[in-house]
Design a protein around this ligand. Structure first.
Ligand code: HEM
Ligand SMILES: *[C@@H]1O[C@H](CO)[C@@H](O)[C@H](O)[C@H]1NC(C)=O
Ligand SMILES: *[C@@H]1O[C@H](CO)[C@@H](O)[C@H](O)[C@H]1NC(C)=O
Length: 553
């Protein structure tokens, strides 16, 4: 007969044995049969990870990942594998646009569970954390908030916020010249613009950072950037052993829900009242558009609940406010580095062409503001070139949810000597991770030409044919907003906001880089600027801002 002690021992042996088997399988057996093993790629000892070298920031220090990518491409071709957490964790990286578009367009590939769990602590069950049919449904609900008409309506908001920032700077730069952290100021201003655009809610962050909802969003996103890798990889820790970060995120979410619920009920009653009186609703912020779209869905059982609507709004804030602020800040930095382009752009902005009415109904203020911004051609090139050279999201990951064949347009030489020819396929196994190098693709010399690390807005007037395929008209092969069913719906929002700010600020100020100062990029959740040698001081981008005296001869 077994006594309890032996039984316990047996149980322990079984559990430990199973664990060991799992580990042996993970580290040794499974990798042996991983088709990615046959792909060429950089070597390394068993626990060596290449992650550092593939995400190291690369501008303006092109000695890092940009060079690394080019080197690997030369050595292994455009499609290769690298070691994720170690040799047992092969990851696919590809610069082959055929393969990239297959991966981004196919429903087989999803965001890795780790990413989704991590984001769901902040963003609940929003667009970032769902996949498949649920994701497609949410995408449909948020669609109207991002169409051209909606962005046109928001244009005056962007312009007004930009003017507020300009006026604030007038006070700060009252001596005529001052070195200020433009990243910080732009970030406050874009948050204000976002509050107005999303919720018709004024954080007044340009004037002081005290508003409760503003602070809640800020705290939540700042903390997300500080989250340790262990907690990202082992999310169960958060559930049973919440640390300061998790607790603070939850507190912030409570503030967001409390204020959000009030805003939703106010907006709902206005919208319903307008509907009842068959008035066309004047509520044009993104939340109102979401509510209306949600009311109109043809399957009301699936309609989003109020907390789910708020999760979408939090997702917009998360995805859109810092990224837009960073793009604008990088743009001012590039203009500071290139005074000739800055002067040309200012000239263009100071001489707007008069616009003819586009429709028989004559002018509508919003359309007019939008069309005006669209009429500046150098402005358009400067914005695109900034987005290409400093994409705030430097890369994204996908996981294969089943075995698949990925088509390639350039030969891949497998390690056993077999050549996978253009038009043929490489194998990928369920569970494999794919790294889409957004920044790397934006820097690829074979797409954008040899001077790809240069800030040269004029390239947008004569792009090489490979850079402008028909699949995403307007943005060419810019990878900054990704492609396919999970691509960024906010690209037009960002571009228009950037144009509104630049067109308001540049005619009033010149920007230059303080003597002896070098700015570096750092890749966290987003790609942020630091002063070289002063990274301990955190994110900052000090530029010398000089007032242009309108009355000087
Ligand atoms: C420079 C500014 C921006 C950049 C670089 C950017 C970049 C991206 C990228 C790369 C993705 C895809 C992520 C992935 O597939 O892994 C994405 C998704 C998304 N972005 Fe943006 N974004 C920007 C601005 C905005 C703005 C202003 C908004 C909203 C107002 C927004 C809302 C979203 C949303 C909701 C998604 C999720 C789409 C989905 O999962 O279907 N983004 N963004
Ligand atoms: C409908 O619009 C008219 C005119 O703008 C306004 O007077 C009226 O109060 C609106 N009705 C409701 C229920 O808001
Ligand atoms: C090399 O590997 C590929 C993919 O597994 C296989 O199709 C091919 O037959 C192999 N070639 C040789 C020469 O073993």
């Amino acid at each position: 007969m077994l006594n309890p002690l032996k039984l316990l021992l047996l149980a322990i042996v079984l559990v430990v044995g199973r664990g060991l088997l799992w580990i042996v399988n993970l580290l040794v057996v499974a990798p042996l049969f991983d088709p990615l093993r046959k792909l060429p790629g950089p070597p390394g000892p068993f626990f060596f990870s290449h992650i550092q070298s593939v995400v190291k920031p690369s501008y303006p220090s092109p000695d890092l990942s940009a060079t690394q990518h080019e080197e690997w491409k030369k050595q292994y071709g455009k499609t290769f594998r690298y070691h994720g957490s170690g040799k047992f964790d092969y990851r696919l990286m590809t610069f082959d646009l055929r393969a990239v578009s297959h991966i981004l367009m196919s429903p087989i590939y999803q965001k890795p569970r780790v990413t989704r769990t991590f984001l769901s602590t902040m963003l609940g069950q929003g667009i970032f954390t769902t996949e498949g049919a649920e994701h497609a449904f949410q995408r449909k609900i948020i669609g109207p908030a991002f169409n051209l008409q909606s962005i046109k309506t928001l244009t005056p908001i962007f312009l007004r916020t930009a003017e507020e920032l300009r006026d604030k700077w007038d006070v700060i730069v009252s001596n005529g010249q001052e070195t200020i952290d433009v990243c910080h100021w732009i970030s406050r201003a874009t948050f204000d613009a976002f509050g107005m655009a999303c919720l018709t809610y004024n954080f007044r962050a340009i004037h002081g950072e005290t508003e409760e909802l503003y602070l809640a969003f800020r705290r939540m996103f700042d903390l997300a950037d500080k989250k340790g890798i262990l907690r990202i990889l082992v999310p169960i820790l958060d559930k049973f052993w919440p640390d300061k970060i998790v607790r603070s995120v939850l507190e912030s979410r409570q503030v967001i829900y409390a204020t959000g619920r009030r805003l939703i009920s106010e907006k709902k009653s206005t919208i319903l009242a307008d509907k009842g009186s068959s008035n066309v609703s004047n509520e044009r912020d993104l939340l109102s558009l979401l509510i209306q779209s949600n009311l109109c869905t043809n399957d009301p059982t699936k309609a989003l609940s109020d907390p789910e609507l708020l999760d979408q709004i939090s997702s917009f804030f998360f995805a859109g406010s810092d990224t837009t602020a960073l793009s604008l800040s990088w743009c001012l930095y590039f203009l500071a580095l290139h005074p000739d382009i800055q002067t040309r752009l200012r000239e263009e902005l100071n001489h707007p062409t008069t616009l003819e009415p586009t429709s028989s109904q004559g002018f509508n203020f919003e359309d007019r503001a939008y069309d005006m911004l669209e009429s500046f051609s150098l402005l358009d090139s400067v914005v695109r070139e900034t987005l290409r050279l400093a994409p705030p999201v430097h890369g994204t990951l996908r996981v294969a949810t089943q075995n698949d064949l990925i088509p390639v347009s350039e030969p891949v030489v497998l390690t056993n000597g077999t050549v996978v020819a253009p038009g043929e396929y490489i194998q990928i196994r369920k569970g494999s991770i794919i790294h889409i190098p957004i920044e790397g693709l934006n820097f690829a010399k074979d797409i954008w030409s040899e001077d790809t690390l240069q800030f040269r807005p004029d390239r947008w007037c004569s792009l090489p044919p490979v850079a402008q395929p028909p699949n995403f008209p307007g943005l060419a092969n810019l990878m900054t907003f990704s492609f396919g069913p999970s691509s960024c719906p906010g690209y037009r929002f960002t571009i228009t906001e950037m144009k509104a700010f630049l067109s308001t600020i540049l005619p009033h100020y010149t920007f230059s880089v303080p003597e002896g100062q070098t700015i570096s990029k750092r890749n966290g959740l987003f790609t942020r600027p630091f002063v070289k040698g002063k990274s301990k001081m955190g994110v900052q981008l000090p530029l010398t801002v000089k007032h242009i005296d309108e009355y000087s001869p």
